[in-house]
Design a binder for this molecule. Structure first.
Ligand code: ZN
Ligand code: ZN
Length: 621
């Protein structure tokens, strides 16, 4: 810059400051050196009668600056007496795009027509891109149709525009098929991403399979789509193919894969992806690190989560939130709260999600006083307005501790409309406290909010059963038989030898030895003095149907399967979509002692770690 200043002095001394070529070079140079237009516009201002070329140079510099619309102001001066050429408009449109100003862009468009330059391919393509990127699909199409000769860029731009949210995916696909040029990878990825955006994953997959030169973008697009739509197995399956073909995943691919493993509870696959990351020297940034913590925690391995957490040099609030939530769901509430204090000490600002984790931690270990204090700390110290999930946590915390009246008061006084989660927590609280009237009131609200959820009827039915109101129990059962009421099918998964096996409640298709082992376990438990909780089960529909010898709950089937198909002494990890019933819980405790196995069950709300006849939840769940 200092040299440029010296040169400028020489230019002025030698009377060359009106030379168009020299001034244009200096404008371009000063902008590229300083990224600011102040000096460039000062040089420009010294020129008494700038020509078209000089104006174009200045407009281009403005369009790339931090004040792109200055290009339009410069253009207005230009129009007084000079005629723009086809170099004038592309940077002007670029400036409007940068400033996201569609109105000014449309004014420029009408100028293009007035100057008779609308037939210039370069200008037209630029106009098309501008309109497409501003989301004005109809305008873009008009320009596209008027174009005399369209190149591949114009076609791809138009296809991308139709494939966006404000477009029309069928039209995008029609153009994609009609395109008279060789479609490049970019164009393929645009249409695949378009179908995904328009929620047509089947069509996206079909095109993906037809696409001959898939690159990391296409693979990632498809894998992330499967992960986001809950097709986790498909995501992992696609990764196998990707690996076979030697395509290297990027950070985005890995995050999608790890979160798929977390959802499936598939720790072997998750570990193999972790190993892949380490073997290929992929840098574990905050994003991947946090996803790894989440994966290990959701797959039942909280120790590995902590290991990664402690090794991470940089952590953001999401990393801390994930670790706190993980510890809370594993019943390590106190550890979670310690972490929260460390987070505060390190000067990180907690957000609303952090407090969901903190309140859940308190709830799972029954720390009522502490939980209440944190709820107020959140509001008064951190200025976070409680959202519905915080109220849900608070009601749950109070309800589990048997403080039903206080829980109801929270519901009555909360400033937002309670949702099904809050009423559900209150209804569950009534089960603990045996409060029939309040349970009926809560169910009334739940029936309005989610009449199809069978779990709600079950809860109230249990409350009636506990109060020996059998007529009401029958009434609930009749209501549940209504075909619109959806009964959630209970199922459990276990991973053995890298494969995930699924068991549903009452599944009678397993091999005979599974049922024989279950019978044997039942006998041995009986010998040990274990009374099956049939008293409750008889009248209790719980979240699953009542159990008899032929209709085992899915986690029992999964545990028996695991005992048969794994080495003695190795630990078992079961994933279940509903809460464990009391009988399965006490059975699993004893099984862990008889067979000397560590058994982990991840149910709908939390983890249970069973060792030597005890569970980490201390029967509080
Ligand atoms: Zn059960
Ligand atoms: Zn437990």
């Amino acid at each position: 810059m200092a040299h440029l200043h010296q040169t400028q002095v020489q230019v002025i001394i030698n009377g060359l400051d009106q030379s168009y070529g020299l001034v244009a070079k200096m404008i371009t140079l000063s902008f590229s050196l300083s990224q600011a237009v102040t000096y460039a516009s000062a040089i420009f201002a010294r020129v008494h009668a700038p020509n078209v070329f000089l104006y174009n140079t200045m407009i281009k510099a403005y369009s790339k600056s931090s004040t792109p619309l200055a290009a339009v102001r410069c253009y207005r001066l230009f129009c007084v007496g000079l005629r723009p050429d086809h170099y004038t408009f592309p940077p002007l449109l670029e400036a409007c795009k940068e400033a996201s100003d569609l109105d000014v862009g449309l004014q420029i468009h009408s100028h293009i027509i007035r100057t008779g330059l609308e037939s210039n391919v370069f200008t037209q393509t630029q106009l098309l891109r501008f309109l497409a990127e501003c989301g004005s699909v109809a305008h873009a199409r008009r320009v596209f149709d008027e174009m005399g000769c369209r190149d591949g860029v114009a076609w791809t731009t138009m296809i991308a525009s139709y494939a966006s949210e404000c477009g029309d995916i069928n039209e995008a696909f029609r153009l994609f098929q009609e395109m008279p040029f060789q479609r490049d990878g970019f164009c393929w990825n645009v249409i695949i991403a378009g179908f995904i955006r328009w929620d047509n994953i089947v069509a996206a997959r079909k095109l993906f399979d037809e696409f001959p030169q898939k690159d990391v973008v296409s693979w990632t697009e498809m894998i992330s789509a499967y992960a986001q739509k809950g097709h986790y197995r498909e995501a992992l399956h696609l990764f196998d193919q990707m690996r076979v073909l030697g395509c290297k995943p990027n950070h985005l691919t890995l995050v999608s894969l790890l979160s798929s493993c977390a959802h499936l509870g598939s720790i072997r696959v998750g570990m193999s992806i972790h190993q892949f990351i380490e073997k290929n020297g992929i840098f574990i940034d905050v994003y991947i690190g946090t996803t790894l913590i989440d994966m290990y925690s959701k797959c039942g391995d909280i120790e590995n989560s902590l290991k990664i957490f402690n090794l991470m040099p940089r952590k953001d609030v999401y990393t801390w939130n994930t670790m706190i939530e993980g510890l809370a769901s594993h019943g390590q509430g106190r550890h979670a709260l310690d972490l929260f204090m460390r987070m505060e000490m390190e000067g990180l600002e907690p957000n609303g999600v952090t407090f969901v984790g903190v309140l859940t931690a308190c709830s799972h270990v029954g720390l009522v006083k502490v939980g209440r204090a944190y709820f107020h700390l959140m509001i008064n110290e951190y200025g976070i307005t409680p959202r519905i999930e915080h109220y849900g946590c608070l009601v749950d915390l109070l309800g589990r501790a048997g403080l039903v009246d206080e829980a109801e008061e929270v519901v009555n006084r909360m400033p937002i409309q309670p949702n099904a989660v809050v009423w559900g927590a209150l209804l569950a609280a009534c089960k603990v406290g045996g409060n029939v009237e309040l349970g009926e009131r809560a169910l009334k609200h739940l029936l309005e909010l989610e009449p199809e959820n069978g779990g709600n009827y079950t809860l109230l039915s249990n409350i009636y059963a506990a109060a020996s109101r059998w007529d009401d129990v029958d009434r609930m059962r009749k209501m549940m038989r209504n075909p619109t009421v959806e009964k959630i099918r209970g199922f459990s998964c276990i991973e053995v030898g890298g494969l995930v096996y699924e068991f549903s409640q009452g599944d009678d298709t397993q091999s005979k030895c599974v049922y024989e082992l279950l019978e044997e376990i039942a006998m041995r438990l009986k010998d040990m003095g274990h009374v099956p909780q049939t008293g409750e089960v008889l009248h209790d529909i719980d979240e699953e149907e009542k159990e008899n010898a032929l209709s085992w709950h899915s986690e029992k089937l999964a545990i028996a399967f695991g005992l048969i198909h794994t080495c003695p002494g190795s630990s078992l990890m079961i994933m279940k979509n509903l809460r464990m019933c009391r009988d399965c819980h006490s059975t699993t405790k004893l099984v862990s002692r008889i067979f000397s196995r560590k058994i982990t069950v991840r149910d709908r709300v939390r983890f249970h770690h069973f060792t030597d006849g005890e569970c980490s939840c201390y029967d509080f769940w």
